[in-house]
Design a protein around this ligand. Structure first.
Ligand code: ADP
Ligand code: MG
Length: 675
């Protein structure tokens, strides 16, 4: 007997579900797309337990007649395409006919629907792919689908689901994105009893951005709109007998049509640590596309550092024949027929909008700080106190600051410092002085103390510089940690780096990260003892939160409270902060909370207390620490160095950046050709 058999329908659907339904947010996505395809103008979504327990979507779209309601759960049953030719010009979001049967095979699903052609509606219930009930019922026009207990019959998949708050924030950002793409429609998202998003029809995209994110975000965005005709140049022409068809496809005059772009891009001051705030829609479809991503990076080149990302909301529209949407089952990828035209068009349109909105900063040195460093490289942080570099460039670290960020860029052209590849790991950084002398960053850290695992999970570990230089006649004691305690500060370079000496050589200390390290350990200790110092703000600070941020806030609010915050919901979408940790001033409080909520909202691993605690402590430390460009009195420098010497890990900041550099006596002697 042969060994091959055809899989049962249910198993086939579960396999398809593996590709289509990754998590609760993918269910929401498929159903939202179906509602939009059905012409709905009002879509309400309710979830429980981050969608793991329940997802319900109700729309006022076309609904389905009884026969269709049953057919909809057959594999590859769709009303949206008929033949292979149709695949070349897909105008709907769905077309594969896979979503409903896939979702029904891994959940308990109830469909209620009525089309205007029929007086009565239809109810269909399916449990784990098996039809449990089909009946007539009096129902309003439209469709309501309830999905309960996702993955109840596929425990292995269920295990991969993340914390409720993580799943909820994925759903929240997804719904937010679709709401942004369709300002003329009414969207609602409720989690249990909490209304996370209520967006009635808006007059346009700007109004929708305002509705969803609030005024502040809108103020930080630059609107953009452009169009360009496609050209046939270099493309194979369709055979003559097919050209007529193309005309009928809506390509006016047989031409290839045009591409249009509109949306919003953020001003250079806005710098996100990841790409999660970049949303690109192609013909109404939310996609992740590396080509567009690359075009955006190019557009922002020299406007923001390459390690950070802008906020982008882009809508691209092009003739259906120019884009292949049938690339992946989840339909989140597309293939452009004229990829390089698309790439350059996106890059140039975004660049032009940025240029028009404000002059590009003159300072265009590339900054190769590693990603974690940028947490401390916020505009507020680096804004100089003097007016000398005011303006857009204020958002950029000065060349000197690059040192602190573990910069990689050499600025030896003018005969000054060259930094040699100190990006990972910072400890092996060598700072090349003229004359070939190198200063090793953190080389002085004796193994066993500075090298214990850093308190922040996932941060770069500091690895000792390899001290395998050839033995020299001049013996030199390896400085120990205690040698930090003997440092005598001489002064500051650019009010940012403290120069200090002791018997071991010349030291350069980054005042901001040094203080950050001191505060980080202090906050963690105080948190352990339940006595984090806090201050009542003169005026409560009101923050507007995105739906995804709201979900995270609910998760971490307890821990925030233990860290000296007092904040409570204020209206539907806002938060009023009344008390904040000592030393963090009001503007920093706002910035810091947004940063924390954003960081956590896209965390793929579920949050644990340890992680939440260290991140909050690192953030408080970063925002309360002495800034760069700040003159320090002699006693203040002495105090800082002494406090640093007492920390457990004085050589690296909570983000893993180096705190001190040492220019050893040996290096000095070598430079003077004494050895
Ligand atoms: P696809 O969207 O790829 O066609 P689905 O499995 O998502 O496949 O849906 C199957 C069919 O069910 C759709 O083609 C559509 O006709 C119908 N359908 C699904 N959801 C709705 C809805 N909310 N309103 C009206 N019809 C729907
Ligand atoms: Mg669909």
């Amino acid at each position: 007997m042969g060994r091959i058999h055809v899989l049962s329908e249910t198993v086939a659907n579960q396999i398809a579900a593996g590709e289509v339904v990754e998590r609760p947010a993918s269910v929401v996505k498929e159903m939202l797309e179906n509602s939009l395809d059905a012409g709905a103008t009002r879509i309400k979504i309710s979830v429980q337990a981050g969608g793991k327990k329940l997802i319900q979507i109700t729309d006022n779209g076309s609904g389905m007649v009884r026969d269709d309601a049953m057919l909809a759960f057959e594999r590859h049953a769709t009303s949206k395409i008929k033949n292979a030719e149709d695949l070349l010009s897909i105008a709907t979001l769905g077309f594969r006919g896979e979503a409903l049967p896939s979702i029904a095979s891994v959940s308990r699903l109830r469909l209620e629907t009525r089309a205007s052609e029929e007086p009565a509606g239809t109810v269909v219930e399916i449990n784990g792919g098996k039809i449990a009930r089909i009946e007539e019922a009096g129902l309003p026009l439209g469709t309501s689908i309830t999905v309960r207990d996702l993955f109840f019959n596929t425990p292995a998949r269920k295990k991969f689901l993340k914390a409720e708050s993580t799943e909820l924030s994925h759903i929240a950002s997804l719904v937010t994105q679709y709401a942004l793409a369709h300002p003329e429609k009414h969207f609602e998202l409720h989690s249990a009893t909490n209304a996370m998003l209520v967006a009635p029809p808006a007059a346009g995209y700007s109004e929708r951005v305002y509705q969803v994110f609030g005024k502040e975000t809108l103020d930080q965005l630059i609107p953009l709109a452009a169009r360009q005709a496609f050209e046939h140049v270099g493309l194979p022409q369709p055979p003559p007998w097919r050209r007529k068809n193309e005309d009928e496809d809506g390509e006016r005059g047989g031409g290839p049509g045009e591409i249009r772009i509109h949306g919003f891009v953020s001003k250079p001051e806005i710098q996100k640590l990841n790409r999660n705030s970049i949303f690109v829609f192609v013909n109404g479809r939310l996609i992740r596309d590396r080509l567009v991503q690359h075009a955006l990076t190019e557009a922002y080149r020299n406007i923001i550092p390459p390690t950070v990302h802008p906020v982008v909301l882009l809508f691209l529209e092009l003739p259906a024949a120019e884009v292949d949407v049938n690339v992946h089952p989840s339909k989140t990828e597309v293939r452009f027929r004229q990829a390089s035209v698309m790439h350059d068009f996106v890059r140039d349109s975004v660049r032009a909008a940025l240029m028009k909105a404000r002059p590009v900063p003159q300072f265009v040195a590339e900054i190769h700080a590693h990603a974690t460093a940028s947490q401390a490289l916020t505009p507020a942080e680096w804004a100089p106190t003097s007016g000398a570099t005011a303006g857009p460039s204020a958002a950029f670290p000065s060349p000197a600051m690059e040192l602190a960020a573990g910069a990689h860029h050499g600025f030896s052209g003018d005969g000054r410092l060259t930094l040699q590849a100190p990006v990972p790991p910072p400890a092996s950084a060598r700072f090349q002085f003229e004359g070939g002398i190198a200063v090793e960053a953190n080389a002085a850290v004796p193994v066993g103390r500075g090298l214990e695992s850093l308190p922040i999970a996932g941060s770069r570990e500091i690895i000792p510089g390899d001290n395998c230089a050839p033995a020299l006649e001049v013996r030199e004691e390896e400085p120990t940690l205690s040698s930090l305690g003997t440092l005598r500060p001489l002064g500051q370079i650019r009010n940012s780096f403290i120069l200090a000496v002791n018997e071991d050589g010349l030291w350069i200390i980054d005042q901001h990260v040094a203080h950050e390290r001191v505060l980080f350990e202090r906050v963690l200790k105080q948190r352990g003892a339940q006595n984090v110092e806090s201050q009542r703000l003169l005026m409560p600070i009101v923050l507007e939160l995105s739906p995804a941020q709201q979900a995270v806030f609910a998760e971490i609010s307890d821990e925030l409270q233990h860290n000296g915050f007092e904040a409570e919901p204020f209206g539907a979408r806002s938060l009023a902060v009344k008390v904040a940790p000592a030393g963090v001033d009001a503007p920093a409080v706002e910035h810091m909370l947004h940063e924390l909520l954003d960081q956590f909202s896209r965390e793929e691993q579920s949050l644990n207390l340890e992680k939440i605690r260290t991140r909050i402590a690192a953030s408080i430390a970063c925002h309360a620490a002495i800034k760069v460009n700040m003159p320090l009195e002699q006693n203040k420098m002495e105090w800082l160095l002494a406090a640093l010497a007492k920390t457990d890990h004085p050589m690296s900041c909570p983000h893993g950046r180096p705190v001190v550099l040492r220019y050893s006596v040996k290096d000095i002697q070598k430079a003077f050709k004494r050895i």
